[in-house]
Design a protein around this ligand. Structure first.
Ligand SMILES: *Cc1c(COP(=O)(O)O)cnc(C)c1O
Length: 364
């Protein structure tokens, strides 16, 4: 029942014709592991099935997958429309690396109706890239609107939702991207990414990916399969804790605001209810005491742990202004949606009451 680990990088071929066919086929499973590998292919098949996609390609990380999509599909002179609310690495790739390759990027507010479509330049825009729910404030994008854009290829980073929260391809979006490092593998022990979509698009991406070399490790793919088998119950537990923590925070005088799409206070609550069946355990909130309060909170938790990443068994808290984004000016922080008192939290699998008690004790 459990997935098998095929560690081999290479496979004995039966005939030269087989070898030649596999060297050029995105469906090769037993040729050379940068092209394909039975354990990696099993993970890809599982994700494709969960997303309702024809095919998927696994990568060494979420950033491997995003870089594969952007640089695999776009070239000199092409234009990309991207969401300004996104994972930091994605923004750095688009703003810092793409210009070096002659790829122009327009950033839009993904929460604004029609923003993506308005920024498309017919004949020049190759890719429209969204992220929802987005880092770090859980902003949402209307996937029906994104899927209705014709011409450019549409792609969405759906890491926070997972395929159990939403299936973007059913909304007409062409590619769905995940950092499986997070909830999908789910145990903070695998660095893994994946892209799923139509067969032709995945084949096109595959051709770039074997040269890019950011292929998944078979061991991580095995742990990805292990994670998928418990994804549902883990997400339900994490979401239950996130909502309980969120309500406790909303009632606390030291907290200015709380963001989780399941809380009625979320500015896009109705869209969240309509579009997603599950969100998982990531929430953000702002402490009234600003930078000092944020730093002290992260040091005061006992059960929760100060660490980056999300979707794993342990509840993790991060204070971006004093860690991941410490080098930014107040203006740059504000542009990224991160105020000095913002804390991001990824609820784990501990008992809900214990997490709430730890958060309240740290606030006190
Ligand atoms: C973590 C994350 C990434 C990057 O994934 P890695 O596996 O760390 O490379 C991309 N997008 C989102 C939304 C993420 O949370």
């Amino acid at each position: 029942m459990a997935p098998v680990l095929w560690a081999s990088t290479t496979f004995e071929i039966d005939t030269l014709a087989d070898g030649q066919r596999m060297a050029h086929s995105s469906r090769a499973t037993e040729f050379y592991s940068r092209h394909g590998n039975p354990t990696i292919n099993a993970f890809e098949a599982a994700v494709a099935e969960l997303e309702g996609a024809d095919a998927a390609r696994a990568f060494a990380s979420g950033m491997g997958a995003i870089t594969g999509v952007v640089l695999g599909l776009c070239g000199k002179g092409d234009h990309v429309v991207a969401q300004k609310q996104a994972y930091g690495g994605t923004t750095q790739l688009l703003a810092g690396v793409c210009p070096r390759f002659g790829i122009d990027v327009t950033f839009v507010d993904g929460t604004k109706p029609g923003a993506f479509a308005e920024a498309v330049i017919p004949g020049r825009t190759m890719l429209v890239l969204a992220e929802t729910p987005a880092n770090p404030l859980l902003d949402l994008v209307d996937l029906d609107e994104l899927g209705a854009i014709k011409g450019p290829i549409t792609a969405v980073d759906s890491t926070l939702a997972t395929p159990l929260g939403v299936r973007p391809l059913e909304h007409g979006v062409q590619l769905v991207i995940h950092s499986a490092t997070k909830a999908m593998a789910g145990h903070n022990d695998a660095t893994l990414g994946v892209v799923a979509g139509e067969r032709d698009l995945i084949d096109a991406l595959w051709g770039f990916a074997v040269l890019q070399g950011a292929c998944a490790s078979p061991f991580d793919a095995m742990n990805g399969l292990r994670g998928l088998r418990t994804l549902g119950p883990r997400l339900r537990q994490q979401e239950q804790t996130a909502v309980a923590v969120g309500r406790a925070l909303e009632a606390h005088r030291s907290v200015n605001w709380v963001r989780h799409p399941r809380l009625e206070s979320h500015p896009q609550f109705a869209l969240g209810q309509r579009q997603y069946s599950q969100f998982g355990g990531v929430l953000a909130f702002e402490l009234a005491g600003g930078r000092e309060a944020g730093a002290r909170f992260v040091e005061a938790v006992r059960l929760c742990r100060p660490a980056t990443s999300m979707g794993g068994p342990e509840t993790l808290v991060t204070h971006p202004a004093s860690t991941t984004h410490a080098g930014l000016t107040p203006d740059e922080l504000a542009a990224a949606g991160i105020t000095p008192g913002t804390v991001r939290m990824s609820c784990g699998l501990e008992h809900t009451d214990d997490v709430v008690a730890d958060v309240l004790a740290a606030l006190a």
